[in-house]
Design a binder for this molecule. Structure first.
Ligand code: SF4
Ligand code: SF4
Length: 496
């Protein structure tokens, strides 16, 4: 077997083991909260308070080609359209639609489908994907239709089935229980982007899922490759390097090199949208941590974190909550926050005393594990002293904030947080620099304009003076001529 590995990274065993990976259907929530915020901006509600809605009905329409519509995940009545807390790093509230369930789970009519998808144009299929509200389910939530629409000369489609973080099992569960739908979804994506081949990447420790995919794959353009179980193998650029030995340069995109990456859950969502005409109204979420009995749930979007946590028998201790992975996730204070399209996991951990941060002892361990070859120790000094220029010289923008360096640091320094802060500060400084450049340009333009006006005025005055002088000279000469004529007349008179 080929060695699809990369430098750096760390091997972290799943700290919250389960006997068997499963998918449990979570009960219907009594209410759901759907955020209108998307990457491209806020979408517009097309329902009013008091409206009755069916599952799959569009409740907020896409405002442009960069957003996707939002569908009702439950049937019931629109309770409110207002600002609510969502699980987001910013901690800010977002405009949301709240639906109260009628408990009936009544769906819209879903008769249309594209089972024979090969007979449909890529345009029609991309439209079906956009109308189904599909965004990348791996983390960033980038609209899928945009990623597959913009591709030119795609040679390889990579389907990322590597569970990006230790402890997260939702993709493993999906591959074990829906291999047929995933392979079909991959074939649809392949038909759309016209790649020569597809590589489904899966980690070596997911043998059940690997064999399930092999069983249902009869397409010789699709291969299923096992890669070493190592964090951060799921990071897009590292995966491309490991599988194809292609470097995506700093600031570059995979698509520029003819490569498209999609998450395995996105492929399943594409199958649902195109073949079953089922919009994205639910997702698989792993609920794990040492405060609960870990499991995977298929849950309707907009259900609260609390709704899922109550299903995994949380112990009576005080907990910390985290959304996403244990490494790159974000801490969540309010478990009434709703589950969104990118909520892959919820960690419920017993609250423990955080280790005291010590001085850097220059052990160099952080450099050894950095998967993108940075020097975190040096970056740390510059980030800490807010010397962004120096941090940029040490390739700060290349940091993927994976926290491998934090994990190994014996001094418990939260390095990745420093880098994230430094990046934000860098962006702010660039914005301020841009603003000051604009202000300086405006000032210079104004000065130039004033100078030009002054010159014009001086010129005008000089012109006026000249005209006046000429006029006076002319008048003087005329007067002189008149005087001379008068003189001549007088002289003539005198002679007579
Ligand atoms: S691992 Fe921590 S202590 Fe060691 S060099 Fe890096 S920052 Fe310093
Ligand atoms: S957080 Fe950044 S610096 Fe630290 S290991 Fe990851 S990529 Fe390297």
């Amino acid at each position: 077997m080929a060695d699809y590995s990369f430098n750096g990274g760390i091997v972290i065993k799943n700290p919250y083991l389960v006997d068997k990976v499963e998918i449990i259907q979570a009960p219907l929530p009594t209410k759901v909260v759907l955020s209108l915020q998307q990457l491209g901006g806020q979408v517009k509600p097309c329902v009013s308070i008091g409206d009755y809605v069916l599952v799959g009905q569009v409740i907020a329409s896409a405002k442009d080609g960069f957003s996707v519509p939002i569908h009702a995940p439950i049937s019931g009545v629109v309770l409110s359209i207002d600002k609510q807390t969502i699980a987001h790093q910013s901690g800010l509230k977002s405009e949301c639609i709240t639906i109260e369930s009628d408990g009936k789970d009544k769906w819209i009519d879903r008769k249309n489908n594209h089972v024979d998808f090969l007979h449909y144009s890529t345009k029609a299929l991309i439209e079906a994907i956009q109308k189904s509200g599909i965004v990348g389910l791996g983390g960033a939530g980038f609209p899928t239709h945009i990623k597959i629409d913009k591709v030119v000369d795609c040679h390889t489609l990579i389907i990322n089935g590597t569970e990006c973080e230790p402890g997260v099992m939702c993709d493993d569960a999906l591959m074990q229980f829906h291999p047929r739908e995933i392979i079909r979804g991959v074939e649809i994506l392949l038909h759309i982007c016209g790649a020569k081949r597809v590589i489904i990447a899966i980690e070596e420790d997911k043998q059940v899922a690997y064999h399930a995919l092999l069983t249902f794959n009869h397409n010789d353009r699709i291969s299923v490759n096992q890669i070493p179980t190592k964090y951060t193998s799921g990071a897009e650029k590292l995966l491309i390097k490991a599988l194809l030995d292609v470097e995506i340069p700093s600031g570059g995109f995979a698509v520029d090199k003819g490569i498209i990456c999609q998450n395995i859950a996105t492929a399943k969502a594409v199958f649902d949208a195109v073949i079953s005409h089922r919009p994205l109204v639910s997702r698989i979420v792993t609920v794990t941590g040492d405060g609960v009995r870990p499991n995977n749930f298929e849950v309707r979007l907009g259900a609260s974190f609390e709704h899922l946590i109550s299903l995994v028998s949380p112990n009576k201790r005080v907990h910390n909550y985290r959304m996403g992975g244990m490494m790159m996730g974000i801490d969540v204070a309010d478990i009434n926050a709703p589950i969104g399209k990118t909520t892959s996991a919820i960690f419920v951990n017993n609250q423990v005393q955080k280790p005291v941060i010590q001085e850097c002892i220059r052990c160099g361990q952080c450099s050894e594990v950095c998967p993108v070859g940075l020097l975190p120790q040096q970056l740390y000094w510059h980030a800490k002293s807010e010397n962004i220029e120096k941090a940029l010289n040490y390739n700060l923008p290349d940091c993927i904030e994976c926290a491998c360096c934090d994990y190994v640091c014996p001094s418990h320094i939260p390095l990745a947080s420093y880098f994230s802060f430094a990046k934000a500060l860098g962006k702010q400084q660039t914005r301020e620099q841009d603003k000051s450049n604009i202000a300086r340009e405006r000032f210079e333009c104004r000065e130039h304009r004033l100078e030009r006006n002054k010159l014009e005025r001086t010129q005008m005055m000089a012109d006026k003076k000249k005209v006046l002088k000429e006029k006076m000279a002319k008048e003087q000469s005329q007067k002189q001529k008149v005087d001379e004529a008068m003189q001549r007349v007088k002289q003539a008179k005198d002679k007579r």
